[in-house]
Design a protein around this ligand. Structure first.
Ligand code: XIL
Length: 361
């Protein structure tokens, strides 16, 4: 009986040992190969030119926002905190604290800053609008503003939109209730403003910024005429910013032709405020389905590819007008059901992100 127990114990033990050593042997024969490491580059790592985003001080104080912004972007535009209304409280009073915060943040995170915008009809402070200055007094004030702001950030802000949206959709000058009212030749006034900016910081790049120059050939024609005049009359200009508040229903053949024609000026080209509306009919019933997201992704890819096809030396930057769908101006200006950016409400990458990334070289 005792003998039998020992035989059973021996058999069990040897089975365990055998099966263990067999396993060890198998592992030796077929070693597990680790999966290949996929290097997913971020936007700024992949692009050969800066990838910007429009931000506010409040955004940057939100850690989720700031982390995503820092990971993917290497250029910063103030969404509104560097506009005239926000900087110029009264004739003698400037308020720089928010603009300073943005510039310091960019410096600490090795980002380039694009200044937006010295002149814009929609951001003229009320005190200036209501002052009814004659052209000389008005221009002296504007010169003081440009000189003060540009020299404060000399060497820290790489480029400025000197003027924004001075043309109406039909190519005539927009009736802005100030400049067009008091100057006989407003284009020359704007030329002098570019010169004041250049004098304040000789190294800063100076841009004219507008929407639909790419799609609206009439407007583009008049912008190009202004550029020619600036060159002929000795006013400095380095680049053109196409805002590119675009849509999924935009025709990209027209878009490509227009962007190339803008580049025929030889100036730097900045896609300066890119976002992409999806809710064409401003419908409350709109659903952002997978198919809609894919359509948007394809268009983002195409925007990046069309920009990439420009001459290398003219690719200044692409700036996205925001980071997450959670805080886009379009839910107010267009429709609450809008999803125009690269990250969703929880800062996850969207299909749009993948499309845009794929379009970069
Ligand atoms: C918008 C901002 O996104 C809003 O937050 C602000 O209230 C109004 O201006 N063209 C421009 C930008 O040049 O400055 C505008 O930004 C969007 C349209």
């Amino acid at each position: 009986m005792n003998k039998l127990i020992w035989v059973v114990v021996y058999l069990c033990f040897s089975t365990v040992v055998f099966s263990c050593s067999k396993k060890d042997k198998d592992e030796e024969v077929t070693p597990v190969t680790p999966p290949p490491v996929v290097q997913t580059k971020t936007l700024k790592e992949k692009a050969a030119f800066p990838i910007g985003a429009a931000v506010t001080v409040a955004h940057l104080k939100d850690a989720n926002f700031s982390n995503v912004f820092k990971a993917h972007h290497n250029q910063l535009t103030a969404e509104y905190e560097m506009k005239m209304k926000n900087l110029w409280a009264s004739e003698t009073q400037f308020t720089f604290s928010n603009a300073d915060y943005l510039v310091d943040y960019a410096t600490q995170n090795s980002m380039r800053v694009h200044g937006h915008t010295l002149l814009w009809y929609s951001s003229v402070p009320d005190w200036l609008k209501n002052a009814n200055y004659d052209s000389t007094t008005f221009e002296n004030h504007i010169k003081n503003f440009i000189t003060t702001v540009v020299s404060r950030y000399k060497g820290k802000i790489a480029s400025w939109d000197v003027a924004n949206e001075i043309f109406a959709d039909n190519g005539t000058l927009r009736d802005d209730a100030t400049v067009t009212k008091i100057f006989k030749d407003p284009i020359r006034f704007y030329g002098r403003c570019f010169k004041y900016a250049r004098e304040a910081d000789p190294a800063v790049k100076l841009f004219y910024n507008d929407y639909d120059m790419v799609l609206n050939s009439t407007k583009r024609y008049y912008v190009k005429k202004m550029v020619e005049r600036f060159k002929a009359e000795g006013y400095p200009i380095d680049g053109l910013g196409e805002q590119c508040h675009t849509t999924v229903w935009t025709n990209h053949t027209t878009f490509g032709t227009g962007l190339n024609d803008l580049a025929s000026t030889g100036l730097l080209i900045h896609i300066s405020e890119l976002d992409m509306r999806v809710n064409q009919n401003k419908s409350d019933a709109y659903v952002y389905t997978d198919a809609e997201q894919q359509k948007q992704s394809d268009k983002y890819k195409s925007v990046a590819q069309i920009f990439e096809a420009l001459p290398q030396a003219q690719k200044f930057a692409i700036t996205i007008w925001g980071v997450s769908d959670k805080s886009t101006w379009l839910t107010g200006w267009w429709h609450p059901k809008e999803y125009p950016l690269l990250f969703d409400n929880s800062y996850n990458k969207k299909k749009a992100y993948e499309g845009f990334l794929a379009g970069l070289k």
